[in-house]
Design a protein around this ligand. Structure first.
Ligand code: SF4
Length: 57
């Protein structure tokens, strides 16, 4: 699935400033996001698999 910069995902706030999709107003500019961890029972066990470090991909 091709991922590229898009408009802004409405309703998605994100503080992960190291992600290339993160915007200056703490929102997400990815086309879609996917939250992983099928067996998660706490917030900390979930993660955004769409995360991509700035400058890496
Ligand atoms: S892709 Fe995930 S980690 Fe990156 S800005 Fe969007 S919600 Fe945050």
């Amino acid at each position: 699935m091709a991922e590229h910069k898009h408009e802004i995902l409405p309703g998605v706030g994100c503080d992960v400033t190291g992600c290339k999709y993160n915007t200056v107003d703490c929102r997400c500019s990815a086309e879609t996001i996917h939250v992983r961890s099928e067996k998660a029972e706490t917030k900390g066990e979930t993660y955004c698999s769409t995360f991509c470090p700035r400058g890496c991909c």
